[in-house]
Write a protein that binds this ligand. Structure first.
Ligand SMILES: *Cc1c(COP(=O)(O)O)cnc(C)c1O
Length: 444
């Protein structure tokens, strides 16, 4: 259906945003709350492959995937067909009232594809934030402990508990407190900015985090450690080697539930089905959302049966959690990931992109660091050594947007440009997008 109709080439026929988009943007400002932003307010007509078409007839190259959601491509025909078939039969019953098979199918699939071959259970929810909240609920219930350990640069969502877990004040937390108690923040193994240099960053950061947990929180008080195996909004910070394994070992030795928040990194994005697979990490609980259902809202917590089943009957749930159309879409998306070898494709995309980005780093002083795995890569822009350079990011984004490349920023200092193309994008569009980025960097 829609996806096959989208011509896979960039085409700019108006200013960006065009007149039709600008007209809606004007209506929007008196209808939609100002607090909701849009990176690039071109209003969308259709999307598929590596292209987003707007209502003015422009075709833009997609380096964002709606923030790592359309991993299998936008409106993938298999996802659309499966969800449409489900919608035509019934739209909702509430799994907590009258259950349906697709929910069980998705849980079985998640139990199979997530790291570790232990006995698992899953629960389905609506959003990544809701998944993280539920992981904390489950960990507290199972351990009888309260404290939650999180990390610098973390992003876990916008609900009250997950705002508290999130590191960055502006825009996520500012003015929205008070936040939940018993949240303790530890240093992150951020190799590029580690004071003693990148080489020993992993072990040193792990030792520092563990020391703080022991001295300041008390291991016996900690219910859960929640961490993104590659940080997303925080700037695509890939923890230095050794950091995650040391933390997992510490958690295991001390009865702390290790929660991998793979909401952004999951479902083939990083070149593995999950980012944890890279270092062979097996989390006790894993939270997923974004890439799970080809664009439909769905999220999950998957984890060790004895933890998941520790919660009393009726303690978990939600009206819409595991909506039948979203479940049908998720089953189709997972099949697409596996049958089309999208993990392999993500690795190819990563190679192509990192090659070019490393060349940019050699050529342009402003590119301080290049990092990421698979189709989740970023450049960090700096000035005067390692000073964050968010102004350059704003300029680069402006240039790229005007030329029809959808590109996002990230990072605690707003100085990271992140790239998250759909895994079905073609090499030509990837190269063209990188050409536009190079042009922007050259023009700084
Ligand atoms: C996006 C994100 C969330 C929040 O997901 P929502 O669906 O927006 O609630 C949580 N954790 C991580 C790592 C994310 O990237």
């Amino acid at each position: 259906m829609a996806a096959t109709e989208v011509v896979q080439s960039r085409r700019i026929v108006t200013e960006i945003p065009g007149p039709k988009s600008r007209a809606i943007q004007k209506r929007r400002s008196s209808a939609v709350a100002q607090g909701v932003g849009s990176v690039l307010p071109v209003y969308v007509e259709r999307a598929g492959g590596g292209i987003v078409e707007d209502i003015d007839g422009n075709s833009l190259i997609d380096f964002g995937s709606g923030i790592a959601v359309t991993n299998v491509g936008n409106a993938d025909p298999r996802v659309v067909e499966r969800a449409a078939e489900q919608l035509a039969r019934f739209t909702h019953t509430c799994f907590m009232v009258n259950p349906y098979e697709a929910y069980v199918d998705v849980c079985e699939a998640l139990n199979r594809v997530t790291p570790g071959d232990h006995e698992k259970r899953s629960i389905l929810l609506n959003s990544g934030a809701e998944a993280v909240e539920n992981a904390v609920k489950i960990a507290r219930s199972a351990t009888g402990r309260q404290a939650v350990v999180v990390f610098d640069h973390a992003y876990h969502g916008r609900t009250n508990l997950t705002m508290g877990l999130t590191a960055k004040n502006m825009p996520y937390k500012h003015g929205f407190g008070p936040f939940a108690g018993e949240i303790h923040r530890m240093p992150m193994a951020y190799a590029y900015r580690w004071p003693t240099g990148p080489d020993n960053c992993g072990p040193e950061a792990a030792a520092a985090a563990i020391d703080q947990i022991v001295k300041q929180v008390g291991t016996e008080n900690v219910a859960a450690m929640v961490i993104e195996p590659i940080q997303g909004e925080g700037g695509f910070i890939e923890p230095a080697p050794g950091f995650l394994p040391a933390l997992v070992e510490f958690c295991r030795a001390n009865g702390i539930v290790f929660v991998a928040d793979e909401v952004q990194t999951g479902f083939a994005r990083t070149g593995d089905m999950f980012a944890c697979d890279h270092e062979g990490i097996v989390p006790d609980l894993i939270t997923t959302a974004k890439g799970i259902a080809g664009g439909l809202p769905l999220a999950a917590v998957t984890g060790r049966a004895e933890l998941m089943d520790a919660v009393h009957g009726g303690g978990l749930g939600g009206t819409y959690g595991g909506n039948p159309a979203a479940c049908a879409a998720a089953l189709a998306a997972l099949e697409a990931i596996e049958s089309d070898d999208l993990t392999g494709r993500a690795r190819e995309i990563g190679e192509l992109m990192l090659d070019r980005l490393n060349a940019f780093a050699d050529k342009f002083d402003v590119v301080g660091d290049v990092r990421g795995r698979g189709a989740m890569v970023a450049i960090e822009l700096v000035k005067d050594g390692k000073e964050p350079n968010p102004e350059a990011v704003a300029q680069v984004l402006k240039h790229c947007h005007a030329r029809g490349l959808i590109l996002l920023s990230a990072g605690t200092y707003g100085n990271v440009i992140r790239m998250l193309p759909p895994l079905v994008i073609g090499d030509e569009l990837l190269r063209e997008g990188l050409d536009i980025l190079e042009e922007a960097l050259a023009g700084l």
